[in-house]
Write a protein that binds this ligand. Structure first.
Ligand SMILES: [Zn+2]
Length: 411
């Protein structure tokens, strides 16, 4: 007899953007959603093989998707030193703890955007084989970067078209799920320039073509400089990470025509609300450098708002792992989107469920509580549409219909 799980709650948000359903339920059979909707419209299974969970005064949503993490990074004030000097064993154990911290926040799928070597692939496989409990992981392995470029210590430097094609082949051979490329320098790596591109359009296009040829993998491009965003968009990457609109010299350089181009090309912007989460915290929770950063966030938030208003599709992410961007604070990502980017709560929720799955090419599997998708769900107390802070109050998390987090603890 098939095993069935029935989840009932005061409210169901299915992740597709459809209005919430009062008195909702989801039926999961053998790990897959068989039915979802209003209780009165469903024929709920009964019997000894059915596990029924009831959640009055709660909202039932699809398991969340964090579209950008670094599971092997420590999130400490010296995250760079840790990433360079810690042993592989330490990195991997840290990755387990971090993956489980995300799961406790309701994140049942995450995309890891780069770490040292191929350790995240081992972590991904250990979870998918059931050796340890954790979210599904889409792993990039090592990001492709230039010699001395952003996150070069992860281990994959490549310069010129031939070398980036070879790097892409090496990653695909190892079994990565997508390709992460550093299209500009980054703040975490001294000696790189976040205000300048690292690769040309031709180099990036070669990566996109090779990733597509070898199994239809998508490419995520880390972009702070406006010139780097332009290169990545022209090259045909799927997602632009950060999208910081940095001018080559100082301040910002917003380009409305590039926003139009992003819409035309169907690019997604990954809103990595990581360090930005500091904007929600009180001064005594922040390090000195964060207080300075928060004071300067105005233009950054303004340009992301204009990017979104221009019609660019956006998805939600934490960038957890970089300094002071912790894995157990995922709900704050959604709060920043609502509070500082003027995104309505339903849109923020879609950006971490249905639309995130679509962007990452996994909409056949996850992202919505509709028949045929995996039975991944999160239950929170209250109504996140009325107050997005409800996402902090996670009651239960399910993966493939199985209870994996109960009252904030791994089940
Ligand atoms: Zn990152």
């Amino acid at each position: 007899m098939p095993s069935a799980t029935v989840l009932r709650a005061s409210r169901l948000i299915d992740g597709t953007g459809a209005p919430p359903v009062d008195g909702g339920a989801v039926v999961i059979i053998d790990g897959v959603v068989a039915a979802a909707g209003a209780v009165r419209d469903l024929d709920l299974p009964t019997g000894t093989h059915v596990a029924t969970y009831e959640y009055p005064d709660c909202t039932l949503l699809p398991g969340l998707i964090d579209c950008h993490t670094h599971l092997l990074f420590s999130a400490s004030d010296h995250a760079l030193d840790d990433a360079i000097h810690d042993s592989d064993e330490t990195l991997l154990l840290r990755g387990v703890a971090h993956a489980q911290a995300e799961l406790r926040c309701g994140v049942t799928t995450l995309r890891d955007c780069g770490g040292r070597g191929f350790l995240t692939l081992a972590l991904r496989d250990a979870i998918s084989r059931g050796l340890i409990t954790g979210p599904r992981i889409l792993a990039a392995g090592m990001p492709i970067t230039t010699t001395g470029g952003h996150l070069n210590f992860c281990g994959l430097e490549a310069d010129g078209t031939l070398e980036v094609i070879k790097a892409t082949r090496r990653l695909c051979k190892a079994g990565v799920d997508f390709i992460k490329v550093m299209a500009t320098g980054g703040g975490m790596t001294p000696g790189t320039n976040p205000r300048a591109p690292q690769y040309t359009v031709e180099e990036l296009a070669a990566i996109v073509a090779e990733a597509r040829r070898l199994g239809g993998r998508h490419v995520a491009a880390h972009c702070h400089a406006t010139a780097g965003i332009a290169n990545a968009v022209e090259a045909g990457v799927r997602t632009i990470e950060h999208c910081s609109w940095l001018d080559p010299v100082e301040g910002h350089a917003f380009d409305p025509r590039l926003v139009e181009r992003m819409v035309e090309k169907g690019v997604y912007v990954t809103l990595t609300m990581g360090s930005e989460r500091a904007a929600l915290k009180s001064a005594d929770q922040l390090a000195d450098w964060q207080q300075h950063a928060v004071a300067g966030y105005g233009p950054h938030f303004d340009l992301l708002r204009r990017t979104i208003q221009g019609g660019v599709r956006f998805i939600a992410a934490s960038d957890a792992g970089v300094s002071r961007t912790f894995f157990d604070e995922y709900p704050l990502t959604l709060e920043v989107m609502v509070a500082f980017l003027d995104i309505p709560p339903m849109q923020a929720l879609c950006a971490t469920t249905g639309r995130a799955a679509e962007a990452l090419g996994i909409a056949h599997l996850v992202g919505a509580l509709v028949p045929g998708r995996r039975g991944d769900a999160v239950v929170v107390e209250g109504d996140p549409l009325a107050d997005i802070r409800a996402m902090r109050r996670v009651r239960s998390v399910f993966r493939d219909g199985r209870l994996v987090v109960d009252q904030g603890l791994l089940a």
